[in-house]
Design a binder for this molecule. Structure first.
Ligand code: HEC
Length: 158
C-alpha cells in the first residue's frame, strides 16, 4: 500500500513536472532569425552597389520613378548594374561601348543626356537591333535639368 502510494506520488510529480516545463513557454532572450535576415540581405546588396554620391542618389530616385507621362520607369527597361538586355540595353558598360559609337560627341555625359532626351537620334548597335521607337522620347519635356544631370551621374556611378 505504502509502496503504491509512493509510486503514485512519484509518477504524479513526474507528470506535473513534465506538464510544467511544457506549458510554460520560456521567455527567450535569444535573437530571433527573422530580424537578422534583412540585415544580411542589405549587407550583400551593399557589396554590389557602389557608394553613391548625393547627386547619383537623386538620380536613382528618378531612375526608379514611374512617370505617368510615359507610363514607364527607366528601371522597367534598363538594368543599371548589368549589361544584360531588358527592353533596352543594360547600362553597366556604356562607357566601353561608347568608344565604338558613331556619334558626333566624344563626351560620354553629353551622349547619355542626348540618349535620354532624344533617343531616336542614335541607334545603339546590337546583334538584334533595338526597335527605334520603344524608348519614350518625351523625357526632356517633363524632367528638370537637375533630374537629367542626376540620371547621368547615377548611370556613370556603376
Ligand atoms: C520602354 C522602354 C524604355 C524606357 C522606359 C527607357 N528606355 Fe532607355 N532605351 C530603351 C531602348 C530600346 C534603347 C535603345 C534605343 C536605340 O538603340 O534606338 C534605350 C537607350 C538608352 C540609352 C543609351 C544606351 C546605350 O547603351 O548607348 C540610355 C543611356 C538610356 N536609354 C537611358 C534611359 C533612361 C535614363 C531612362 C529613364 C529616364 C530610359 N532610358 C527609359 C528603352 C527604354
Amino acid at each position: 500500500m505504502t509502496l503504491r502510494f509512493i509510486t503514485f506520488i512519484l509518477l504524479l510529480t513526474l507528470v506535473l513536472a513534465a506538464c510544467g516545463t511544457q506549458s510554460t513557454p520560456e521567455p527567450t532572450t535569444e535573437p530571433q532569425p527573422e530580424p537578422t535576415q534583412p540585415a544580411e540581405a542589405s549587407a550583400a546588396e551593399a557589396e554590389e552597389t557602389p557608394e553613391l554620391s548625393d547627386i547619383a542618389q537623386a538620380g536613382q530616385v528618378v531612375f526608379e520613378q514611374f512617370y505617368e507621362e510615359v507610363g514607364f520607369a527607366c528601371v522597367t527597361c534598363h538594368y543599371i548594374n548589368s549589361d544584360n538586355r531588358l527592353l533596352g540595353p543594360g547600362l553597366l558598360s556604356i562607357e566601353d561601348r561608347f568608344e565604338d559609337y558613331d556619334v558626333e560627341t566624344d563626351d560620354l555625359e553629353m551622349y547619355i543626356l542626348e540618349s535620354i532626351v532624344a533617343p531616336r537620334d542614335f541607334n545603339v548597335p546590337a546583334e538584334s537591333p533595338y526597335p527605334e521607337n520603344i524608348m519614350p522620347d518625351t523625357y526632356g519635356e517633363f524632367l528638370s535639368e537637375e533630374d537629367l544631370d542626376a540620371l547621368v551621374a547615377y548611370i556613370l556611378a556603376f
